[in-house]
Design a binder for this molecule. Structure first.
Ligand SMILES: Cc1cc2nc3c(=O)[nH]c(=O)nc-3n(C[C@H](O)[C@H](O)[C@H](O)COP(=O)(O)OP(=O)(O)OC[C@H]3O[C@@H](n4cnc5c(N)ncnc54)[C@H](O)[C@@H]3O)c2cc1C
Length: 444
C-alpha cells in the first residue's frame, strides 16, 4: 500500500475512457480523430482479451467508425442467412431467410468475428488515430471533486480529465460506485455461455450450405430452454462454430440449473448435433448480458462523465444486438465530449446533448420499443416459450406425417388436444397479451 502511494502519479488528458471494448474504443477513435488527447484504460492484457460475445458485428454502424473495416479488419464470414429454430424436446421447426446480396459490398448486414482479433484490430485503429491505450490496468475508483467527476484512480496512477467516459461493460463497477445503479439484480441480466468448436472449412460449408465467404446465424428457442426465458445461437466462422445460450440468471437460480447443462443438452439435440459432429472444443467462456434494457438504464451522464455501451444497459436482446449499440453510443459520447471541450463546459447541462443524441438515434428508440418484450416473456415463459412452441412442432409433425387417418380428423384431434391442455380462457388471455405486446412494439 505504501509502495503504491509512492509511485502514484498524475496524468492529464482531454478525455479518459474506462474499458477497451466496442464502446470505449469507438469513443477513443472518434476523439483521437478530432485531435483530442484521449486515454483508454483496459484491464485485459490487450483490448478484446476479456471480451465474450456470440459472434456478429453489424456492418453499417461499424462503418460509421471504421470506414475501412471491410477491407482491413479480421472478419470471418459475411452472414447471408438467418435461421430461426424452434425446438421441441426432440423435434424442431426451422425457418430461414437467405439473401446473397448481404455479401456484396455496401449491402452487407453483419460479419462474424472473433472478438480477441476484432477488438484488437479496432484498438490498433484507435492508436493509429492517436489514442493512448493503457492495458493490464484496472480502474479502481472515480475521482470526484466539488460534485464533478475529474478523473480516475488505478492501483498506481491517477488520471485527470474534464470528461470521463465509462464503458466498463455489463458489470460496471464504476456506475455502481457513482450510485447510478444498484447491485445487478438476477432479473436484469442473462448468463451467456459459449463454446467455440473447431471444424474444417469444408465441413462447415457442406453442413451449413455455404461458400467460402458466406455465413449463417441461428437463433434458437425451445429445446432444453422450453418454458424458460432463454435463447440459443450458432454463428459460423471460417474454421469454427460458435454455439451458445443466454438464459435469464433469475430463471437459472429459480430452477437450480447450471448453464453448461443447458448448452450440453442443446448440443445433443437431434436438430443441432449433426451440425457440430466431430468438432473439437477450442474455447469455453461465460459472460453476463444486460437484459433489463430501457427499464434498467442507469443515469447515463452527469457533471464530467457519460456512460456508454453495456455499462448503460444498451443491449437489444430480442435481436442479439449489443456491439452496434455500444459502438454508436461510444461515438455519440465522443461527439458530445468534443462539443463540451470546444465550449470548455463539462457540466451535466452541456453533456445532456449525449442523451439528446441517443434519443434521436435508433438506440433509445429501439430500447423503448422493446421495453415490455422481455418482462412479458418472463412472466409468460411457460406459455410463450413452452406450450406454444411445443404445439407448433406438434402441428408440423401432424401436418407432415402421412398415414391413413383423414386430414380433417387429424386437425380436429389436434385442436381438441390444445383445449384439453390449456383452457379457452387462458388461450384467449394469452392472445390478448400477445396482441398488447405487438401493439406496444409497432404502434406505441
Ligand atoms: C454470450 C453473448 C453473446 C453476444 N452476442 C452478440 C452478438 O452476436 N452481436 C452483438 O452485437 N452483441 C452481442 N453480445 C453483446 C455484446 O458483446 C456487448 O453488447 C458488447 O460487447 C458491449 O460492448 P462494451 O464496450 O459496452 O462492453 P465490453 O465489450 O464488455 O467491454 C468492456 C471492457 O471494459 C473492460 N473493463 C471492465 N472493467 C474495467 C475496469 N474497472 N478497468 C479497466 N477496464 C475495465 C473490460 O475488460 C472490457 O474490455 C453478446 C454478449 C454475450 C455475453
Amino acid at each position: 500500500m505504501v509502495q503504491k502511494e509512492i509511485v502514484l502519479q498524475k496524468q492529464m488528458a482531454d478525455v479518459i475512457i474506462v474499458g477497451g471494448g466496442p464502446a470505449g474504443i469507438s469513443a477513443a477513435t472518434i476523439l483521437a480523430r478530432a485531435g483530442k488527447k484521449v486515454v483508454v484504460i483496459e484491464r485485459g492484457n490487450f483490448a478484446g482479451s476479456k471480451n465474450v460475445f456470440g459472434g456478429a458485428i453489424y456492418a453499417k454502424p461499424t462503418a460509421e467508425i471504421f470506414p475501412n473495416f471491410e477491407e482491413e479488419a479480421p472478419l470471418e464470414r459475411c452472414n447471408t442467412e438467418h435461421r430461426y429454430a424452434l425446438l421441441g424436446e426432440d423435434d424442431g421447426t426451422v425457418i430461414s431467410y437467405k439473401n446473397p446480396i448481404h455479401c456484396q459490398k455496401g449491402e452487407t448486414n453483419s460479419y462474424t468475428v472473433i472478438r480477441a482479433k476484432w477488438d484488437r484490430w479496432c484498438a490498433e485503429q484507435a492508436k493509429k488515430e492517436g489514442a493512448y491505450i493503457v492495458t493490464e490496468t484496472i480502474v479502481r475508483e472515480i475521482i470526484i471533486k466539488e460534485s464533478k467527476v475529474v478523473g480516475i484512480k488505478t492501483d498506481l496512477e491517477e488520471f485527470y480529465a474534464p470528461i470521463t467516459i465509462i464503458a466498463d461493460g455489463v458489470n460496471s463497477l464504476l456506475t455502481k460506485q457513482l450510485g447510478l445503479r444498484k447491485e445487478t439484480q438476477p432479473k436484469e441480466v442473462a448468463l451467456g455461455i459459449k463454446e467455440v468448436i473447431t471444424l474444417s472449412k469444408e465441413k462447415i460449408q457442406d453442413r451449413f450450405n455455404l461458400d467460402d465467404k458466406t455465413g449463417v446465424i441461428y437463433t434458437i428457442a425451445g429445446g432444453p430452454m422450453l418454458g424458460m426465458l432463454g435463447l440459443g445461437y450458432i454463428y459460423t466462422n471460417q474454421e469454427s462454430i460458435s454455439i451458445g445460450v443466454g438464459v435469464s440468471l433469475e430463471e437459472l437460480q429459480k430452477r437450480n440449473i447450471k448453464p453448461y447443462e443447458i448448452l450440453n443438452e442443446l448440443k445433443e439435440h437431434p436438430s443441432i448435433a449433426p451440425l457440430i459432429k466431430d468438432g473439437d472444443l477450442k474455447e469455453y467462456s461465460a459472460h453476463l448480458i444486460p437484459e433489463g434494457g430501457y427499464n434498467s438504464m442507469p443515469k447515463i451522464l452527469g457533471n464530467g462523465f457519460m456512460v456508454a455501451g453495456d455499462a448503460a444497459m444498451f443491449v437489444n436482446n430480442v435481436h442479439w444486438e449489443g456491439t452496434n449499440l455500444a459502438m454508436l453510443s461510444g461515438k455519440l459520447a465522443a461527439e458530445t465530449a468534443i462539443v463540451a471541450l470546444e465550449q470548455n463546459d463539462f457540466s451535466e447541462h452541456t453533456l445532456e446533448l449525449y442523451k439528446k443524441k441517443l434519443k434521436h438515434s435508433f438506440i433509445l428508440k429501439d430500447l423503448k420499443t422493446y421495453r415490455n418484450v422481455i418482462p412479458t416473456l418472463e412472466h409468460n415463459a411457460s406459455a410463450f416459450l413452452g406450450f406454444y412452441p411445443k404445439k407448433i412442432n406438434e402441428f408440423m409433425e401432424m401436418f407432415t406425417s402421412v398415414d391413413s387417418i383423414p386430414k380433417r380428423q387429424k386437425y380436429r384431434t389436434f385442436i381438441k388436444n390444445i383445449f384439453k391442455e390449456r383452457n379457452l380462457f387462458k388461450i384467449a388471455l394469452d392472445m390478448l397479451k400477445l396482441l398488447k405486446l405487438v401493439w406496444g412494439v409497432i404502434v406505441r
